[in-house]
Design a binder for this molecule. Structure first.
Ligand SMILES: Nc1ncnc2c1ncn2[C@@H]1O[C@H](COP(=O)(O)OP(=O)(O)O)[C@@H](O)[C@H]1O
Ligand SMILES: [Mg+2]
Length: 531
């Protein structure tokens, strides 16, 4: 067993912050090593040190048994260390081949011209060797995020990487693409490459890694073989205290209908039906979960409910009020809170500070404005309350949203929406990109709202999340609701089949619905397409 990478006592200080504190990390050649930790734990910084982007304040970087002084990524790449950052660095209008060979193109005519055909062939050969099906001639802007990630990997391999660092590579992928990526890891390690991947999802570390190193507050708090640890142990290492991995949900009788979605269809900008005759309702004090692979119409369905998009058929009602033609603002005034899928587009104004962002959606209300003037003192206190209660870091209401990490942006949005005192909460991917300590907190608060009588529509592609929180669970596939089931009685396999558009063999257990539940009946029996 040889350690291809040995970080020895690395400390990295930024003004006012110790991002890495005497971290020692050994990575075995040919292994997959997960670097696990919550947001801000120091994972990216540590890998940037290994990649030559940062000089360590103290400590040694040893690669292949020799101490190295990397002054830039160029030095790291020359030593066989490649890194794929969270934000890809590809050039959109260029082809896959051009991106991979950029700056290192094979030449012909004694170096006077780029050998395009040679480049293309090399890329194709490389792609085949690792079982990637990547079209060398496709333009980056035309391929999926999953393929773009493969292009980044190929680019590193093309430059001779033996050690590949990937920073949160699964954050942008669908569950299926995540599986594919982990298979790619296997292909690469079979060829002797070493993978270090950063994640804050302990399930992924368990699934894909040979060894797992947990960072907390800049320190290495433990390296364990994946086969010898448990989710509970990892969670405790990450958070520094015991974490309840199971959500505890009290029984609660739902009340009257808060949201009714009746035969809603949505046509997208290209005229394609993306939501097809969907009906369900959400009652007081219940969580209605919608599971499904991203891109099966969940986004458009939620937009139709929140007033961001006009449905092409059907109607949406809040209580007994038909709101189909209502503006978004009017819906918010009627008690709607909304955690959007895209926090940077819809959740926050990135250039605004947290004081201003805390006001979004409430700027015209009595509590925040009177006589046409914003009450800034109250607004600021409001933002500070959210920051404190939802543990937003840094705790500075005057910080611009753009300066916060994704997880902290999300905590702020969740806090703002939860504090609206809603009667209906529409939450899409409420914990995406959020660390487990905060996820637990958001889940608990969401259930508190439910226990207080709020109707919650929860859309998430994390099966575990919807299954544990929902009182009733629907699965969406190609724009249709496949079924409404009892989340406690349905198996993972049955859910997987529904998510793939198939029906399980046995009759699915659907949770008791009150008598005369006509709308839900159409969802489970007729309109939703359940046989
Ligand atoms: N360039 C930088 N300047 C100042 N502080 C930084 C810089 N990069 C990271 N930090 C701080 O260092 C800590 C660790 O950050 P990071 O390595 O990005 O964590 P992780 O990747 O685990 O989320 C955080 O407190 C972060 O704010
Ligand atoms: Mg990071």
């Amino acid at each position: 067993m040889t350690d291809v990478v040995h970080l020895d006592g690395i400390t990295k200080r930024f003004p006012g912050v110790v991002a890495n504190d005497d971290v020692t990390l050994r990575v075995e050649e040919g292994s997959v090593h997960a670097l696990l930790g919550e947001n801000g734990a120091g994972k990216t910084t540590l890998m940037n040190v290994l990649y030559g982007l940062y000089r360590p304040t103290e400590g040694r970087v040893v690669v292949d048994g020799r101490e190295r002084q990397f002054d830039s990524p160029r030095d790291a790449i020359d030593t066989g260390v490649g890194m794929i950052h969270q934000h890809f660095m590809l050039v959109d209008p260029m082809t896959v081949t051009e991106n991979i060979t950029l700056g290192n193109e094979p030449r012909k005519w004694f170096g006077m011209a780029v050998d395009r055909e040679g480049a293309r062939e090399e890329v194709q050969a490389l792609s085949r060797r690792y079982g990637f099906s990547v079209d060398p001639d496709a333009r980056i802007e035309d391929v999926s995020v999953g393929v773009q990630q493969r292009v980044e990997i190929l680019k590193a391999l093309y430059r001779g990487a033996e050690v590949l660092i990937l920073d949160e590579p699964t954050a942008v992928l669908t569950p299926q693409e995540v599986e594919d990526l982990f298979e790619v890891f296997d292909e690469l390690t079979a060829e002797g490459k070493t993978i270090i991947f950063i994640t804050h999802k302990l399930g992924e570390a368990m699934a894909a890694a040979d060894d797992i190193t947990v960072l907390r507050n800049g320190r290495n708090v433990g390296t364990v073989p994946a086969s010898e640890t448990t989710r509970e142990e990892l969670a405790e290492l990450m958070v520094g205290r015991k974490v309840l991995m199971d959500v505890e949900k009290a029984d609660r009788e739902p009340g009257s209908d808060v949201l009714t979605v009746d035969g809603v269809g949505v046509t997208d900008d290209r005229g394609v039906t993306v939501v097809d005759d969907v009906s369900f309702r959400v009652r007081e004090g219940e969580v209605f979960g919608v599971a499904g692979v991203d891109g099966n119409g969940q986004t458009e369905l939620v937009e139709a409910i929140t007033g961001l998009r006009d449905p092409s058929t059907g109607r949406v009602a809040f209580g007994s009020e038909d709101v189909t033609d209502w503006s978004r603002r009017r819906r918010i005034d009627a008690g709607l809170a909304y955690i959007p899928e895209d926090r940077q587009e819809r959740g926050l104004v990135m250039d605004f500070d947290l004081v201003e962002n805390g006001l979004l959606g409430s700027q015209h209300t009595e509590a925040f404005a009177s006589g046409g003037r914003i009450d800034w003192l109250h607004t600021r206190e409001h933002a500070e309350t959210i920051i404190e209660e939802y543990d937003v870091r840094p705790p500075d209401a005057t910080a611009r949203s753009a300066s916060l990490s994704g997880g902290n942006q999300q905590k702020f949005i969740v806090g703002r929406e939860f504090e609206r005192d809603p009667s209906l909460l529409v939450a899409t991917h409420p914990t995406r990109g959020v660390d487990i300590g905060s996820t637990e907190f958001i889940h608990d608060r969401l259930l508190d709202l439910r226990d207080d009588g709020v109707a919650v529509l929860l859309v998430s592609s994390k099966l575990e999340e919807v299954q544990s929180l929902a009182d009733r669970l629907a699965v969406m596939y190609e724009g249709e609701l496949m079924a409404v089931v009892d989340p406690d009685d349905v198996t993972d396999e049955e859910l997987g089949l529904l998510m793939a558009g198939e029906h399980p063999d046995r009759e699915l257990p659907s949770r008791a619905m009150n008598a005369g539940d006509a709308v839900v009946d159409t969802a489970t029996d007729g309109g939703g397409g359940v046989s």
